[in-house]
Design a protein around this ligand. Structure first.
Ligand code: BG6
Length: 476
């Protein structure tokens, strides 16, 4: 058997992309709520455009999403039918602390997650919790400027202390920040940052990164104190850091190395407990400082993560810097892409698993993998998503090679969006990842009814056979 017998097969979601019910049971407003679908989305996500409230001009998909808040029992029953061993979901911070800086949590919000977790346990599904998945209370964005401000450590500590105590004995696996390296590309969703005119954006991002790294280490410390059984992981957008050189020319190879280091340094800190020299030297040259305070180095050093979780969608290619000094990201002529331009590269998945295991020598957990695609319903309302089956089959086979032939220690795999949900980058519903179809369009029309796609029974078979049978038979 190539996969360990207790391998954690399952799926992954994020609160803001599926729960909806944005103002129900005392929930406060979060940054992710006010990001609209459509033209301004990209500028807002990247912190270039200030947009911190609802208006009539835009459509806000997170408000209702797929209404998992009211349908979680139906959804988890479907996950159980596929045989999920684990379900990765995130906690909506503003359900627990609606503004973020209160001292007492919102009991109704906690009750929702009590019920959700109990529902998983009922089916023997191991809950795996992301503490923050791109969400920050809007009050903390408006009042404190998000993670640029060290005060955030205090609020995050309050959040995690409540969660670790409340779910002691029920939740064992925790991820501190979803795709922590994404804050450098998308600072509003990664860190609640809206830039002021003329400020040193790079410095602001490094300040926020240091605060999140500190928060992650403090959370790890508390998790272990509350329950030594707790396992805390980082969450790395590893595909975003998987760069191939455009050619064997050493300058292209060097360009790929530099691009990789930009993403890897955060995981180096979380895993090794200190900033690597390559980033310290870079910051020195750029005149950027890390806002260290007394005791920070010790906290980072003593509270490294127990495992490395990561997402992987595809790989990228770097070409040597142009005259302006910027490294170019170019297309890979050997790979096809999905409709949104993400290259499809199963062998890159095996390479990434090897890179991570060689570097960190810690257990790995694949916390996201999947393909965004347009799905068409046939006359019976059925989706024959062979392209999705093919994508997952090839990636699971590559993961199997990494385990069986290369000896990497991988203990679980959760597909992204086992049920269709709102896209983080585009806000679309039509960029679908699920094995379960949800009747909703990009403008919010639809019954929200759930139905099984062809891939549903395929994934069920994969789990049943512990990854041995990846064939695409007819499952109709
Ligand atoms: C990851 C995120 O980057 O990729 C998810 O953790 C996101 O939140 C997923 O949904 C897929 O990306 P997208 O933009 O297609 O939704």
């Amino acid at each position: 058997m190539s996969f360990p017998k207790d391998f954690l097969w399952g799926g992954a979601t994020a609160a803001n992309q599926l729960e909806g019910a944005y103002n129900v049971d005392g929930r406060g407003l979060a940054n992710v709520d006010v990001i609209p679908h459509g033209e301004d989305r990209q500028a807002i996500i990247t912190g270039k455009m200030k947009h911190t409230a609802f208006d009539d001009k835009h459509f806000y998909p997170a408000k209702k999403a797929i209404d998992h808040y009211h349908r979680y029992k139906e959804d988890i029953a479907l996950f159980a039918e596929m045989g999920f061993k684990t379900y990765r979901f995130s906690i909506g911070w503003t359900r627990i602390f609606p503004k973020g800086d209160e001292r007492t949590p919102n009991e109704a919000g906690l009750k929702f997650y009590d019920d959700l977790i109990n529902e998983c346990i009922k089916y023997d599904i191991e809950p795996l919790v992301t503490i923050t998945h791109f969400d920050i209370p809007m009050h903390l964005v408006d009042e404190y400027g998000g993670w640029r401000n060290r005060k955030m450590l205090e609020f995050y500590e309050r959040l995690v202390t409540v969660l670790f105590n409340r779910y002691k004995g029920k939740v064992k696996y925790w991820l501190t920040f979803n795709e922590i390296n994404v804050l450098f590309r998308d600072p509003f969703i990664g860190a609640g940052i809206v830039f002021d005119d003329g400020e040193n954006e790079e410095q602001v991002k490094f300040n926020a990164a240091h605060h999140e790294l500190m928060a992650s280490a403090i959370a790890t410390k508390i998790a272990h104190e509350v329950d030594p059984e707790n396992k805390v992981g980082c969450m790395f957008a590893a595909g975003a850091g998987q760069f191939y050189p455009a050619s064997p020319h050493p300058e292209d190879v060097r360009a790929a190395q530099v691009m990789k280091q930009k993403d890897y340094f955060l995981i180096d800190v979380q895993s090794f407990g200190e900033y690597p020299n390559y980033v310290l030297k870079y910051l020195e040259r750029e005149g950027i400082s890390i806002p260290f305070e007394e005791g920070d180095k010790k906290i980072l050093n003593e509270n490294t993560v127990d495992f490395i979780s990561f997402s992987y969608y595809g790989s990228f290619v770097a070409e040597r810097a142009d005259e302006g000094g910027d490294i170019k990201v170019v297309d890979n002529p050997y790979l096809e892409s999905n409709d949104w331009g993400t290259p499809i590269d199963p062998l890159g998945f095996r390479i990434t698993i090897n890179d991570l295991y060689d570097r960190y020598q810690k257990p790995l957990f694949v916390s996201e993998n999947g393909i965004g695609a347009y799905d068409n319903l046939d006359e019976n309302g059925y989706v024959e998503d062979d392209y999705r089956i093919e994508y997952h089959a090839k990636h699971i086979a590559a993961m199997k090679d990494a385990i069986e032939l290369d000896g990497a220690d991988v203990f679980g795999y959760t597909t992204w969006g086992p049920i269709d949900l709102v896209s983080a980058s585009s806000g679309e519903m039509s960029k679908r990842y699920g094995f379960i179809y949800v009747d909703r369009d990009d403008e919010g029309n639809g019954t929200l009814e759930r139905s099984k796609k062809k891939s549903f029974n395929w994934y069920k078979k994969v789990i049943e056979t512990n990854g041995e049978d990846l064939t695409n038979e007819s499952f109709r």
